[in-house]
Design a protein around this ligand. Sequence first.
Ligand SMILES: NC(=O)c1ccc[n+]([C@@H]2O[C@H](COP(=O)([O-])OP(=O)(O)OC[C@H]3O[C@@H](n4cnc5c(N)ncnc54)[C@H](OP(=O)(O)O)[C@@H]3O)[C@@H](O)[C@H]2O)c1
Length: 262
Amino acid sequence: MELKNKKVLVTGGSAGIGKALIRELLAQGVKDFAVIGRSQDKLDALKDEFKEADFILVAGDVSKLADIKRLVETVGEHWGHIDLLINNAGVVSADPLQDMTDEDIINQININLTGLILLTKKALPLLLKSEAAGLMNISSGLGYIAKPFYSVYAATKAGVRHFSEAMRRELIFENIHVMTVYPTATDTDMMTSAKVNEMDSPELVARKSIEGLLNKEINVILGGEEKIKNIATNFNRPLEIDKSVKENYDAYKERTEEHRAM
Ligand SMILES: NC(=O)c1ccc[n+]([C@@H]2O[C@H](COP(=O)([O-])OP(=O)(O)OC[C@H]3O[C@@H](n4cnc5c(N)ncnc54)[C@H](OP(=O)(O)O)[C@@H]3O)[C@@H](O)[C@H]2O)c1
């Protein structure tokens, strides 16, 4: 895929991994970005940070149907098509299930999964108008290996993984490359309240994601060989992962106690 002059829609492009993706794509010759995020201030700051880019900025919430429709209509009016849709916006709330508020359960599902699916549906006619399109969905390592206290978040990210896989097969005769990115702990605002020592940089995640897109990879899994090995173990011998969780249960609980970025 040649990225120069492509039209790219990034959800949650105003911070973290989404913003790093914009920086990486700019370096690859992309100029036109559409970005949705809830905070107008964070969106406006993009124009100062990336002066060479042309932005369509839409203040809105990917879990709200009216905002999704407004976004797609605006992009359609300006560009007439979309070359790359990056479904990146996401939130997290960690807690034992019984302690999690009903709102955090509903909102994680609506933002991370339902909104992503609805936006993909509404954006598809514009993606199909591209000569060579891409659909990049940002899942998480927790979409492969679920961990305690992330039951709802992990469920949404496993949902993204399966949605992506189904869409890849559904669109097999179309000119749309469908891929999924699985970041591990990454140093963004989302992780400020989590107690994690070692994290990837958002720039690394962005670079690997775009490399994956250019190489037509279907899955970009961060976390190195260790993560690939653990995914295989989780699939083939899940009780081994259970055993390790049991041995480290208190540490898991302690690390996630305050983790919330909604
Ligand atoms: N950081 C990690 O360790 C990690 C690991 C694995 C996967 N991921 C995934 O990577 C993606 C990006 O995460 P990040 O770490 O970059 O998060 P982040 O730093 O918190 O940034 C999230 C971005 O999404 C936007 N956003 C959040 N909710 C939204 C909504 N309802 N509608 C529209 N925009 C919304 C935010 O802007 P507003 O707040 O202004 O709306 C912000 O621009 C997420 O899907 C996350 O689950 C992250």
